[in-house]
Design a protein around this ligand. Structure first.
Ligand code: ADP
Ligand code: MG
Length: 694
C-alpha cells in the first residue's frame, strides 16, 4: 500500500465520516467537533452504527473506550460488538455504548475521591479526537469521571482548558476587528526521546524490568564523550524498527516526521507534526504505546524513563506550543515586522505574564521521581522556570517598555564561501537549548517534561494560565477602547507594563550555569528543586483559585491529584529501593563471595607452594573493605525502607523518600559500582552491554 493510501487508514477521520454518515448527521457531528456543540442521542446512534460498519469491514470485532486515568498510561476494556440474535449472533454498537461506558473505577488511582464519594466511574466519548483501530480493536478516545462528576483523568481538564483558551483568545481577536475566526485552540507538537536496548539484556536486569532505569552499574570506558552518536547513521535494527513505527503511526493518521539518533549511545528521538492540543496529547500516548510494543516485536525494549543510565544523557519530551485559529493562523507568528504586529505582541506578552505569575504550576505539572533524576543537571533545563525570547523579540519588548524607537536588526546574508552553495539570510537570533521555555520563531518550546510524561498535564496548565491573562488583557483593552482610546496605544502601554512587572522571567543566557541559579534567586524566581517541593504548588490558594475560576478543576479534584502524584513518587522510590536490595542480596553478594572464595582458595594453594600472592591479597583486601561499606550502606537502606509505609500522609512519605531513601541508594550504589569493577563474573549485564547492545 502506498503511503497516501495507508495514511489515516485506521482512523475514523473526516474522510471516513463523510463517506459513512448521512449528510445531516455528518454536519451535526462536524459542529460538535469544531464548535463544541452538544450531540443528541439520535445522532450518536447513527454515528455509532456507521463507526461499527466501518470497523467491522476492517475485521474489527471489539471496541473500547480509550482513556487516560491518573496512572499516566492509557486504559482500555474490550467489549465485542456481538449480541445474540435467535441462536446466532449479530454485530451491534449502540449510541449509548459509544457515548458512555462504565468501567470499574475502583482499581484506578483517585487520590481519595473514591473514599469521599462513590466507587463508580464513567467514561464518555470525546468526539473531538477521532476513533481509531489499534490491534484490531476500535478505540474511542474518552474522558473518565466519577459518579459525582469529578474528573479522574488527564483529558478532562485539558478539554476544559481548551474551552477557556478559546474564550480568552477570541476576545482579543475581536478587539482587533477579527470577526471571521470561529475558534482558537492550542497547537502542540511533541518531540519524544527514548532508548532502545536489546530485549534479552533488558530481561537480565531487574532494575530495568521493575523501575525502567538502572539503579546500579559502573560507568563503561566509553560513554557519550566522543559525541558521535547524535545524528549518526541508524543501526539496521533501529532503522527497521523506525520503518515499522512510521507506518503504524501514519496508519493512525499521526504525522511522524523526524527521526534521529540522540546524544547518548542507544538514544533516539521521534518528532511528529503538531496538531490540536487535545489530539496531540492522545497521539503522544499512542506514540509511547507503539514505541514500547514495536520495540518488543523487534526483540528490543524501549526505555521511556527520564534517566535510564547514569553518566549519559537522559530522555525528555519537548512540548512545542502555540495558539492557532480555525482559519489556520498561528497567533504567535511574529510576521515580517513583529514590532508593528500588535496582535502578536498581545499574545506574546500574555505568555510572559502567565509564566511569571504561574511558572511554579508549570514546574509542578511535570514533577515526578523520574524527572528529578534529570532536571537541573547539565543535560536538561534547570528547575527554575524562565522564558527565552531571543535578542530580536527582547529588543522589541525593551523598546516598548522604555518607550524608545526600535531599530530592526539587519538580516545579514550568510556566504559559505562555496559558489555552488546557496547563500541565505541568517536568522536574527540563535537557538538556546538551555532554556526551559523558549520562543522558537513562532511557538514556545517547553523542555521540562520527562520522556514518559503525558503532555496533557503541562498543556492544561499552560492553556489555563495563558487564558487567565488573555481574559485579563481583554477586560483591560476592551475598557480602553470603550473609553475611546486607540487600540494600538493601549496595546503599547499594556506591553510596556507587562515588561516592567514581569521581565524578571525573561532570561536569554546559559540556563545550565550556576550563575543563573544565583541570579534567578536574586530576581525572586522560585526554584523548586525536587518533585516534592513542586507538586504541592498545585493546591496553593493561588492555584486553586485559578483552576476554580475557570472551571478547570475544583479543589475536590486538585487535592486528590496532588496526593496521587506524591504517592506515585513514594511508591516509585520504594520499588526502586526494594529492587536494589533484592539485586544485591540475591545476586551480587553471592557473586562477591564466590569470587572471594576462589581467591582465598587460590592464595592458600599458592602459599603452600611458596609462591607470591601480592595481587591476590591486594584484590581481597580491596573487596573486603568494600564489602564492609556495602554491609553498612545496605543495612541503612533496608532500615529506612521499612519505615516508608509508616509515614502518615502522601507528602510525608514523599519527603521521607527524598530525604532518606535517595541518599541511601546513592551511597549504596557508589560502593556496589566500585565492586563491579573488581569482581569477576558480575551477575548482571554491564553498562557497556546495555548501551552498545544493538
Ligand atoms: P527542534 O529544533 O527543537 O528539534 P523540530 O523542528 O524538530 O524542533 O520540531 C519542532 C516541533 O514543533 C515539531 O513537532 C513541530 O511540528 C512542532 N511545531 C512547529 N510549529 C508548531 C506550532 N505552531 N505549534 C505547535 N508545535 C509546532
Ligand atoms: Mg526541541
Amino acid at each position: 500500500m502506498n503511503i497516501s493510501e495507508l495514511f489515516g487508514e485506521g482512523l475514523f477521520n473526516d474522510q471516513a465520516m463523510k463517506t459513512a454518515l448521512p449528510k445531516d448527521t455528518y454536519r451535526v457531528l462536524k459542529n460538535t467537533i469544531k464548535k463544541g456543540e452538544p450531540l443528541t442521542p439520535d445522532v450518536a446512534k447513527i454515528v455509532a452504527n456507521a463507526m461499527k460498519v466501518w470497523a467491522v469491514e476492517k475485521g474489527v470485532t471489539h471496541y473500547t473506550h480509550w482513556f487516560q486515568p491518573m496512572t499516566g498510561i492509557t486504559a482500555e476494556k474490550h467489549d465485542s460488538f456481538v449480541v445474540p440474535s435467535g441462536e446466532g449472533a449479530i454485530m451491534e454498537f449502540s449510541g449509548t455504548s459509544l457515548v458512555r461506558g462504565e468501567p470499574d473505577a475502583s482499581s484506578f488511582p483517585s487520590g481519595g475521591i473514591r473514599e469521599t464519594f462513590e466507587a463508580r466511574g464513567y467514561t464518555a466519548w470525546d468526539p473531538t479526537s477521532y476513533a481509531f483501530i489499534k490491534d484490531g480493536i476500535l478505540c474511542i478516545p474518552s474522558v473518565f469521571y466519577s459518579y459525582s462528576g469529578e474528573a479522574l483523568d488527564k483529558k478532562t481538564p485539558l478539554l476544559r482548558s481548551l474551552e477557556i483558551i478559546n474564550k480568552g483568545a477570541l476576545r482579543i481577536l475581536r478587539l482587533f476587528g477579527d470577526n471571521s475566526t470561529g475558534r482558537v485552540f492550542s497547537t502542540v507538537g511533541v518531540e519524544q526521546e527514548f532508548f532502545l536496548i536489546d530485549k534479552w539484556i533488558f530481561n537480565e536486569r531487574p532494575d530495568l524490568v521493575f523501575c525502567g532505569r538502572t539503579l546500579l552499574g559502573a560507568k563503561p570506558p566509553r560513554g557519550q564523550e566522543m559525541e558521535d552518536h547524535y545524528y549518526g547513521t541508524l543501526k539496521p535494527r533501529v532503522s527497521a524498527f523506525f520503518k515499522e513505527l512510521n507506518r503504524e503511526l501514519w496508519r493512525l493518521g499521526i504525522y511522524a516526521k523526524t527521526q534521529h539518533n540522540e546524544v547518548a549511545p542507544s538514544q533516539h528521538e521521534l518528532a511528529c507534526i503538531f496538531a490540536n492540543g487535545n489530539i496531540s496529547a492522545d497521539q503522544n500516548q499512542l506514540v509511547m504505546e507503539l514505541l514500547k510494543s514495536l520495540a518488543k516485536k523487534h526483540d528490543m525494549e524501549c526505555l521511556l524513563h527520564e534517566k535510564p543510565f547514569e553518566g549519559v544523557n537522559g530522555s525528555g519530551k519537548h512540548n512545542n506550543w502555540s495558539l492557532a485559529t480555525d482559519l489556520g493562523e498561528n497567533l504567535l507568528e511574529p510576521g515580517k515586522e513583529p514590532h508593528k504586529n500588535y496582535r502578536f505582541l498581545v499574545f506574546l506578552s500574555s505568555v510572559i505574564k502567565a509564566l511569571d505569575k504561574y511558572g511554579s504550576l508549570l514546574r509542578a505539572s511535570i514533577a515526578d521521581a523520574g524527572c528529578d533524576c534529570r532536571l537541573g543537571a547539565n543535560e536538561a533545563p534547570p528547575t527554575v522556570v524562565s522564558v527565552y525570547l531571543g535578542s530580536e523579540i527582547e529588543n522589541i519588548l525593551n523598546a516598548l517598555e522604555t518607550k524608545t524607537d526600535y531599530i530592526p536588526l539587519q538580516k545579514k546574508g550568510i556566504n559559505l564561501g562555496v559558489t555552488s552553495l546557496a547563500s541565505f539570510p541568517s536568522d536574527t537570533t540563535d537557538r538556546n537549548r538551555t532554556s526551559p521555555f523558549a520562543f522558537t520563531g513562532n511557538k514556545f518550546e517547553f523542555r521540562m517534561p520527562g520522556s514518559s510524561a503525558s503532555v496533557s498535564e503541562p498543556n492544561f496548565i499552560l492553556n489555563t494560565m495563558v487564558a487567565e491573562v488573555l481574559l485579563e488583557f481583554a477586560d483591560h483593552l476592551e475598557l480602553k477602547v470603550k473609553m475611546g482610546e486607540d487600540l494600538e496605544m493601549a496595546v503599547k502601554e499594556l506591553v510596556s507594563d507587562t515588561m516592567k512587572n514581569h521581565k524578571r522571567i525573561i532570561f536569554n543566557g546559559d540556563g545550565y550555569s550556576q550563575q543563573w541559579v544565583q541570579e534567578a534567586a536574586k530576581r525572586g524566581l522560585p526554584n523548586l528543586a525536587t518533585a516534592v517541593d513542586a507538586i504541592p504548588q498545585l493546591i496553593t490558594r493561588k492555584s486553586v483559585d485559578l483552576f476554580e475560576r475557570h472551571g478547570i478543576l475544583s479543589r475536590n479534584e486538585l487535592v486528590p491529584r496532588c496526593d496521587i502524584m506524591l504517592e506515585d513518587y513514594a511508591k516509585q522510590i520504594n520499588i526502586e529501593a526494594l529492587t536494589m536490595i533484592g539485586m544485591i542480596e540475591s545476586r551480587i553478594i553471592p557473586a562477591i563471595f564466590k569470587y572471594e572464595n576462589e581467591l582465598v582458595t587460590l592464595s592458600l594453594g599458592k602459599k603452600q607452594l611458596n609462591l607470591p600472592i601480592i595481587l591476590e591479597e591486594d584484590i581481597l583486601k580491596k573487596i573486603s573493605a568494600l564489602t564492609e561499606s556495602l554491609q553498612k550502606a545496605l543495612t541503612t537502606l533496608k532500615n529506612h525502607t521499612e519505615k516508608i509505609h509508616t509515614q502518615e500522609t502522601p507528602i510525608k512519605a514523599a519527603s521521607y523518600c527524598k530525604d532518606y531513601i535517595l541518599d541511601d541508594m546513592n551511597n549504596l550504589r557508589e560502593v556496589v559500582d566500585k565492586l563491579e569493577k573488581v569482581v569477576v563474573n558480575w551477575p548482571f549485564p554491564s553498562y557497556a552491554d546495555m548501551l552498545y547492545s544493538i
